[in-house]
Design a protein. Sequence first.
Length: 367
Amino acid sequence: SGSKSDGAGGGGGGSISSSSSYEALMDDQNHNNWEAAEAAAAGGGRSGYGQQPLPPSPLSPVESRGECTPRGGLDPPEDFEMQMLSEAAHGPGKGCETAPGKGRDSAGINLNINPSASKFLMNVITIEDYKSTYWPKLDSAIDQLLTQSPGDYIPISYEQIYSCVYKCVCQQHSEQMYSDLIKKITNHLERVSKELQASPPDLYVERFNVALGQYMGALQSIVPLFIYMNKFYIETKLNRDLRNDLIKLFTEHVAEKHIYSLMPLLLEAQSTPFWISPSTMANIVKGLYMLRPEWVQMAPALFSKFIPNILPPAVESELEEYAAQDRKLQQELIQEGFSRGDQSRKRPGEELTYNGSASCASSRGCR
């Protein structure tokens, strides 16, 4: 023990590096602890050195000056924050008290945190902050997303909006934010429904297609922005999905109110070729099927032209009936002015090739 202590002292004199001096000091302390434990066990003290308490660690410079420092193994930033909270509540040097009946090493922390200091240090978002600062940003972004046209540039920061949602979820404002989002989109869809009701019949189908496409395009941006709320509130507590909830809103506030006005126009357009463009017809039919699959029963023949496996499978006994339907369709198209074209079995240009070969063969100079 003595030689090791001498080595440690020599290190302090400068002949050995500071790291070697520290290792020697720790080795000396561990050696002394082992010797003390062995002596206690031999003297009939306790049953083994493993159960002997280690000597108290040396005081830190702060404790040696009589100041209070938490001893829970906190990192320096956490120590600093706790000290700041303590001083904000009690003033400098009055942040903790020694628990009764405990030693110096078990000093506890008794904090009476001032609400204003707590808000400043922990960055708490109150409900007033949410209503005055965070939701207005989300409200403005949702407005732009719902009214954008395909391909338009929207001058909003997706990172900022996602950050707002993240902070509000972390501060337990998910329920209020979800309620505000549903209310916001519901009001928008009610306005869209009123505009459709005021549309003339020749523009009704096209405007419905625009409203459906615009809303579905907006969901592609809104749902990812609120993905944190969806994951930690809607899916966890409500057992639902945000996208399904927003699609259901369009079904209830727009599609259900207009389906009985829209379907007769679609059937009429089906019998009048190119009254509505094929792409518009396909978008509307597929959209209606996605919103409410049971609407297929209103016009199975119409839906079967754009969605596979809607009608029951064909059976051999009804082949004649299928052929009769095809002939009827052909006659209707002829009556509408569509010609059947050349019905010969010759391929285009085949007659010219045949005639040229015959004339060449009749000539003596052609081989």
